[in-house]
Structure formats: C-alpha cells, structure tokens
Design a protein around this ligand. Structure first.
Ligand code: SAH
Length: 359
C-alpha cells in the first residue's frame, strides 16, 4: 500500500546487498513507518478484531479519564489560563483523546484539540473519535501562543533507536546486514567510542547501549515550548527510570513476541524508553519533572475508587472493571514495567499522583 512497491523485507535485502549493512535506526524507522501507515494495529487478542497489541486506553476508559483529570487539575491550579490546547502524540484509535476530553469537560475544561499523527489510516479513526481535531505531522507545527496540555501513551517506544555495541575493537554502531539471505546484526567499521558515556568504560564485549534521537529531540522541543507557553505533559510508556544497558529492541505481531527480523513492516518494533535521560533533558530546558510507575500513579489518582463507582452504576460490568484495573496496576501486568513521566512548566504547580515516589 501507499507507495511501497512490494515487500519491505525484499527492499531491505536489495538495499543491504547494494549499499552494505544499514543502521538499526533506519531498519526500525522504515519498518514502523510502513507498519503504522498501513493498518490499525490495536486490538484485544480475545476480540474479533485481533490486532497486534493492546494499550492501556483500549483496556479501560478509566485510564484516559484519570489522565484527563490530571491535566485539568494542573491547569486549574495554575489559575486556569485561557485557551489551553490539548495535544496528543501518536493517538492510536483516538480512544485516549475521547476519554481525556470527556473527563476534562466534566471539570469545566474544553480545550482545542491537536493530534500529532503520521498514519493516514489512524488519522481517519482519530477524526471519527474526536470530531474537529486538527492534525499535525510533527509537534513543531503545534500552536505556539497558548498553554499546552500534552499527552503521549506508547508513542515514544515506537520511535527508532540507535544501538552501539562493544566489540573487541571498541564501540561500533550496530547495523543490520545479511548472511546468505537472512538478516543478522553486524558491527560497523567506524569507531564510536566518543559517543559512549564514561560509565560504560568497563563494559564487556557484546554490551549494547541504546539512544533514541527522535525521543530526545521531541522532549527537548516540548520542554522548551512548555517553558515558554506554559502547560504540562504526561508521557507514559514502558521503560526504565534509571540508566541501563542492553538491547531492548523487540517486535510484536498478533500479541506474540517475534524476531525483529521476522517480517519488516508487518510487526510493531519497539524499544524501552529511557526515562532517566528524558527527565534530565526536560529539566535542562527549564521544566520540573515527576516520575512514578504506572501502577503507583493510577492508584494515587484513585483508579480503585473510579472502578468501584463505575461498578456501582453498572453491576454487570464489575468483574470486567476489576480485571481491567488489575491489568493496568498490578506489578506482574502493566503496573511496574510502565512508567509515568510528568513534565511541567516552570511556574506551574506539581501534578497529582506522584506523592509515593517523592515527586
Ligand atoms: N497512544 C495510542 C496508540 C499507541 S501506538 C494508545 O495508547 O492506544 C503508537 C502511535 O504512535 C500510533 O498512533 C502511531 O501511528 C504513532 N506513531 C508512531 N511513530 C510515529 C511517528 N514517527 N510520528 C508520528 N506518529 C507516530
């Protein structure tokens, strides 16, 4: 579809055969661009729609409602400045935006809606879920004259990562090459030692260090905007709060992990988000930050009370609500692996829900 002549795997093979191995970042970036441009990837494995993976807002409306209340609460305590913008990055089916906006409306906040989405297929679904939303290819074109209330759930993990690998000759970029007709990881020729932070000096051979230039640039841009325009941002994704090494590149298809090389452009490629680095960048650009695990944050935000209230008005759903709540907060489900990073404009107040993590 859409300008891709044939199979992306075959194109990658031809490119590598002609020009040599390609950086992991290019492999991941082109795979995901094709993947998201050509389908709606979301679905419950048990449902008729199948899909490849499911996200928190698709599990329960409670997730989006609490995100909406969080943003509305910060906005109110900042004095309720006029004409704020709700901006969401990678809005999927538009489910999260719809739940957020309903909760905001209940709190008396009706912002203009701006969605940053590259995929034409998903823009169609988002437009239907949130009539009147305006679309952007990139956060750079968001309005620059009003406060921003920004949300991104499982957006950053889809951005291409660069990998560096420790070899017996020092650090090299990790590339995708071919052995016979199969994709394999190989190390580049150029020394990359200067690109590696000092703390990895003693790393053993085979150690992989990842960076995500797209996420770094996005956070710097948005933190600068928040500093200038006012506002707050919630970034929710799976990843780590402390610096880490090791390859986290993975592919998911039909709710199962597959090799990232199995079907380029037909499986979702993701990597863990390095929240430690993103928080540091936001602070360097004038904002203050708070972090928590998703489970702790949702509990502090009152998800259990919200589930009980919903169950009271729809008793036949109480079992489903309890299951959804468990899936979002339990340490063995999404509660611990997923993290929440709040980035807040310098003169705006700290956000709710981070008390137990000392935010
Ligand atoms: N936030 C949604 C969807 C997550 S899937 C949810 O929680 O359900 C990832 C989303 O990010 C999709 O909407 C995808 O199209 C979008 N996306 C991925 N890479 C992107 C890029 N480089 N630019 C803009 N959007 C991107």
């Amino acid at each position: 579809m859409r300008g891709w002549a044939g199979d992306l795997g075959a194109q990658f093979r031809r490119l590598i055969a002609t020009h040599g191995p390609m950086p992991v970042a290019r492999f991941m970036g082109e795979s995901n661009a094709h993947y998201y441009a050509t389908r709606d990837p979301l679905g419950l494995s048990s449902g008729a729609d199948g899909g490849d993976f499911v996200t928190a807002p698709e599990i329960s409306q409670m997730f989006g409602e609490l995100c909406g209340l969080w943003l509305a609460d910060v906005w109110m305590r900042a004095g309720g400045p006029t004409d704020p913008i709700y901006a969401e990055l990678g809005p999927g089916r538009g489910t999260l935006a719809r739940d957020v906006l309903r909760a905001m409306a209940g709190a008396g906040l009706r912002p203009e809606v701006h969605l940053v989405e590259g995929s034409p297929v998903l823009r169609g679904l988002q437009g239907a879920a949130v009539p009147g939303a305006r679309f952007h290819e990139d956060a750079a074109s968001l309005p620059d004259d009003r406060p921003l209330l920004i949300l991104a759930n499982e957006f950053l993990d889809a951005l291409p990562i660069r990998q560096l690998v420790r070899t017996d000759r020092g650090w090299r970029e990790r590339l995708v090459g071919l052995r016979e007709d199969s994709f394999v990881f190989v190390a580049g020729d150029q020394p990359m030692d200067e690109a590696i932070p000092d703390r990895f000096d003693g790393a053993s051979e085979g150690t992989v260090v990842e960076t995500c230039p797209g996420a770094t640039a996005a956070i710097r841009h948005l933190a600068e905007r928040l500093s200038r325009q006012g506002g707050a941002m919630l970034l929710i994704d799976y990843g780590h709060l402390d610096p880490q090494s090791g390859s986290t590149l993975q592919a998911v298809r039909a709710h199962r992990k597959v090799s990232p090389f199995a079907a380029p452009g037909e499986a979702d490629l993701t990597a863990h988000v390095d929240f430690a680095t993103l928080a540091q960048i936001a602070e360097r650009n004038g904002c203050h930050v708070q972090t928590a695990t998703q489970g702790d944050w949702l509990r502090e935000m009152g998800i259990e009370l919200r589930a009980a209230a919903l169950a009271k008005s729809a008793p036949e759903q109480s079992e489903d609500l309890a299951l959804a709540c468990n899936r979002l907060v339990h340490a063995d489900e999404m509660g611990k692996l997923f993290k929440v990073l709040a980035v807040i404009a310098p003169d705006w107040p700290a956000g709710a829900g981070f008390t137990s993590s000392g935010g």
